[in-house]
Design a protein around this ligand. Structure first.
Ligand code: ATP
Ligand code: MG
Length: 250
């Protein structure tokens, strides 16, 4: 039949151009040790994410969401299992290699912005570029201005973080996360500390990044925002409770 032939033709083309997974977790376990006590937090997590996906991670407080993100960024290491991000097996990298790897491959956005308070917004964005040294020095300033403009903060370049609003700080933090043009953006409740309309504006920025082909993994408590992602993973008691692809029409 014509339909089935064309289906197989399509499937074959799709497979031959399939991009490698940008996130690959295999049988990952994580426990924290507190004195004599070992507290398991993540149990046997296996997960792959393709380039360009926008994954929302949801789940009750204390169920391991931030712990999972910290494993993806190499901020923390699993007790067992393998974490491969953008082709790098993180367990093979030493701490100092990991910092440079992270600065190059991952942009991180936190709930409480975590901009350096003594540097102005422009300097905060220049910092990861100076650390990684991917761009020649003369091009860094132009890129920092480009990114400030992208997040609507051109007028605030010389302001210190303490002199601008929470929403503006978070937009600057997103610009900082984009400084080295990472393939992967990881955000831990980036709208958790913002009022509803500011949260919507910040979230729209993430949607724009998704439209530009970035891969996004975002922890959010906001179910409405989670529904705008392309995939929703619920973590319960350190396990993947559900993993759904969303159409965007729910
Ligand atoms: N550095 C740490 N040392 C010891 N225990 C920790 C550490 N970080 C987190 N935990 C514990 O691990 C469990 C999971 O924490 P995690 O921060 O990953 O949860 P979460 O899902 O992000 O919660 P929330 O929604 O409140 O941010 C909690 O019981 C927490 O107390
Ligand atoms: Mg958390």
């Amino acid at each position: 039949m014509v339909e089935s032939n064309s289906f197989f033709h399509y499937a074959k083309i799709n497979t031959s151009f399939a991009m490698p997974d940008i996130i690959q977790l295999t049988n990952v376990h994580k426990a924290y040790t507190l004195g004599q006590l070992k507290q398991p937090v993540l149990h046997d997590i296996s997960l792959t994410v393709s380039p360009g996906e926008f994954v929302a991670i949801v789940g009750p407080s204390g169920n391991g969401k931030s712990t999972l993100l910290n494993l993806l960024t190499g901020i923390d290491r699993p007790c067992q299992g393998e974490v491969i991000i953008n082709g790098s097996a993180l367990n093979l990298l030493r701490e100092e290699q990991l910092s440079v790897w992270r600065g190059t491959n991952v942009g991180i956005v936190f709930q409480f912005f975590q901009l350096l308070p003594s540097l102005n917004l422009l300097q905060n964005i220049l910092l990861p570029m100076d650390f990684v040294g991917k761009l020649p020095k003369p091009e860094r300033l132009a890129r920092a201005h480009y990114l400030l403009n992208l997040v609507g903060l051109s007028d605030q370049a010389k302001q210190l973080p303490g002199q601008v609003s929470g929403g503006q700080q978070q937009r600057a933090a997103i610009a900082r996360a984009l400084a080295n043009d990472p393939a992967l953006i990881i955000a831990d409740e980036p709208t958790g500390n913002l009022d509803a309309s500011t949260a919507d504006a910040v979230f729209d920025l993430f949607l724009e990044l998704k439209n530009q082909g970035k891969t996004l993994v975002m922890v959010t408590h906001n179910e409405n925002l989670a529904q705008s992602a392309s995939r929703r993973i619920a973590l319960h008691a350190g396990r993947i409770h559900s993993d759904q692809y969303l159409t965007g029409e729910e």
